[in-house]
Design a protein around this ligand. Structure first.
Ligand code: ZN
Length: 230
């Protein structure tokens, strides 16, 4: 798989980020059916979500071993999506959006604002990747291919109320993770910046939840600072 460093070239293409053996799978027929190789290639490509670390934490000093993966983040968001949105919101759709929203990172990597890649270039790479993933899985299940693309676009463009909730849950889950790290490591690492994501949360339910965490976090910081000076 490609690292973010390798992606600094403007002409980055998702096809270049996958190994030759996966490309071979897509051009050969399997015993059962041609399309099952497409599913196997798709599974292989998205497996990197389980192993790729969320870069922002490591950039702030969290040891690699303790850093969550992209899939870890999407898993807890999916659980939150089942619990937090009100009954007027289609929670099944929220869960699906949560599972799909960062899927393009399997090839693009987790690009932070500090990686030296512009927002529009990041978006281009992610859009090309989701289209590429759609092409790969389509021969096996074209309904899923379309659904995946639509869910991803829903989230990117915040075009439904479900996407709005998942956007907010994305930020809350990150804030909760920062707090988890501070509960575990104390204030060893400067994670203040992550908490500013609260400002972008728009829904009442997620906002209130986040404020609860911020209050607890502030108390923790006060206590730890007090312990340091006494
Ligand atoms: Zn996310």
């Amino acid at each position: 798989m490609t690292s973010i460093k390798d992606l600094s070239e403007n002409k980055w293409k998702p096809q270049d980020a996958i190994p030759q053996n996966i490309k071979d799978l897509l051009t050969t027929e399997s015993k059962s059916s041609k399309s099952s190789n497409h599913l196997l290639a798709f599974l292989n490509i998205i497996s990197s979500l389980k192993f790729q670390k969320r870069t922002g934490w490591m950039d702030h000093g969290i040891p690699k071993f303790d850093t969550e993966s992209i899939a870890d983040h999407m898993y807890r968001m999916s659980i939150l999506s089942m619990i937090v949105p009100p009954s007027t919101v289609n929670k099944d759709k929220c869960v699906k959006i949560a599972i799909i929203h960062d899927i393009a990172e399997c090839l693009v990597g987790d690009i932070t604002p500090f990686a030296g890649i512009s927002k529009s270039e990041k978006h281009r790479r992610e859009k090309e990747t989701i289209e590429y993933l759609q092409q790969i899985i389509k021969p096996y299940n074209s309904e899923f291919a379309t659904e995946m693309y639509e869910l991803w676009t829903d989230y990117e463009e915040i075009r439904t109320i479900e996407a709005r909730y998942v956007k907010d849950i994305d930020k809350f889950e990150m804030i909760q993770t920062a707090y988890d790290y501070e509960l575990r490591f104390g204030i060893t690492y400067d994670l203040n910046q992550f908490y500013t994501a609260r400002e972008a949360i728009k829904t009442k339910e997620v906002g209130e939840l986040c404020d609860d965490v911020l209050e607890k976090r502030n108390k923790l910081v006060e206590k730890l600072k007090h312990n340091e000076t006494s």
